[in-house]
Design a protein around this ligand. Structure first.
Ligand SMILES: CC(C)(COP(=O)(O)OP(=O)(O)OC[C@H]1O[C@@H](n2cnc3c(N)ncnc32)[C@H](O)[C@@H]1OP(=O)(O)O)[C@@H](O)C(=O)NCCC(=O)NCCS
Length: 316
């Protein structure tokens, strides 16, 4: 199953996630917006999302997810030598959200943010695993955290129905001899204007353009990753795609003739949590024992940019 590629032994040894306590259902949203539960759930698969209090910022969501991942990895904070936070809704322009996370956790590790919107987590995992490959870092906390509720125009039904707040985290550790962590990142030549937000919002989106990109890129990432690694779909225990729209996942699964249950889907409960969606999904899949020790999973991110990235990685 191993390819001849020069890849590193880096595995996920712990996962965690956190969503705020305040639940916002489609029905509640439809009370103040010209939309309906039926429209949202049929067009997107979303039934509810969680919204953070004004006093809870992205770094708070990130810290809660990180603490759970650390505990599940049985790793002490002193051993963490790298912290990367993927977010496009930072608490401040500076210091970085990662610096706030580091401070709230009580760590001295180098920490930085990575901005690639809904592809942020797979970009962060790729950068972190490459930094570990050099041998300079051994134990990384890689976090995807976003509080899109602060950049949403709650009167815009095109975007307000899609997003939710949350954070997910993984502990990434060097493990010589482990399955190499494989990453492939890319972007479209055009489409930067299809999904945008000024620093303080609101979001603007050309929904159909983004939808078409999503369908095309999920299929293409899957094909490229399997071909490059010379793997078959049966070698992958579970595909964890970015949770943007159930129809994007269904369409890619149908075109590739892959059973839908090979893809983890939890969009109905959380909406699109941007950089947090993949690590939240992975942590839930672990909790539900859909992924077990030794399994190889495929993570697929895509979104604003238009950027995309795919990862094939082993769970320790
Ligand atoms: C946003 C999205 C769900 C819209 O679905 P769609 O099937 O493309 O729907 P359209 O945009 O063509 O709109 C169809 C109709 O529904 C209306 N509509 C749009 N949002 C609505 C809402 N929340 N409630 C009710 N009606 C809505 C439109 O005004 C339009 O009405 P019209 O036919 O009278 O003009 C879909 O395009 C999508 O998911 N795109 C990708 C978004 C995404 O994933 N973004 C993040 C990427 S990381």
């Amino acid at each position: 199953m191993q390819s001849a590629l020069n890849l590193n032994g880096v595995t996920i040894t712990g996962t965690g996630f956190y969503v705020p306590t305040s639940l916002l259902t489609n029905v509640e949203l439809a009370a103040s917006l010209d939309t309906s539960d039926e429209w949202i759930s049929q067009r997107t698969g979303i039934r509810q999302r969680y919204i953070a209090e004004a006093s809870t910022d992205t770094s708070d969501l990130a810290v809660a997810a990180a603490a759970q991942a650390l505990s599940r990895a049985h790793l002490s904070l002193e051993d963490v030598d790298l912290i990367v936070v993927a977010t496009s809704t930072p608490d401040y322009a500076f210091p970085s959200t990662a610096m706030l996370v580091k401070q709230k956790l009580g760590s001295r590790a180098p920490a930085f943010d990575l901005s690639a919107a809904c592809s942020g987590f797979v970009y962060a995992l790729s950068v972190s695993s490459d930094m570990m490959k050099s041998g300079a870092y051994h134990n990384a906390l890689v976090i995807g955290a976003d509080k899109f509720s602060k950049i949403i125009d709650w009167q815009d039904r095109n975007t307000a129905v899609l997003f939710g707040d949350g954070a997910g985290a993984v502990v990434l550790q060097s493990r010589p001899g482990a399955f190499p962590c494989f990453s492939l990142l890319g972007s479209e030549e055009r489409g930067a204007e299809a999904l945008t937000s000024p620093v303080t919002g609101p979001i603007t989106m050309q929904g159909r353009e983004v939808f078409k990109f999503g369908v095309r890129i999920v299929e293409s990432m899957l094909t490229k990753a399997l071909e490059t690694l010379n793997l078959s779909i049966d070698d992958i225990a579970l595909i964890i795609p970015h949770q943007a729209n159930i129809r994007i996942i269904e369409s890619a699964a149908g075109k590739m003739n892959i059973p839908l249950d090979k893809f983890f889907v939890n969009i109905e409960n959380y909406g699109n949590t941007s950089a947090a969606s993949i690590p939240i999904a992975l942590a839930e899949a672990m909790e539900q024992k859909l992924v077990r020790s030794g399994d190889i999973v495929m993570l697929m991110g895509f979104g604003a940019g238009l950027a995309w990235g795919v990862q094939v990685i082993q769970i320790a």
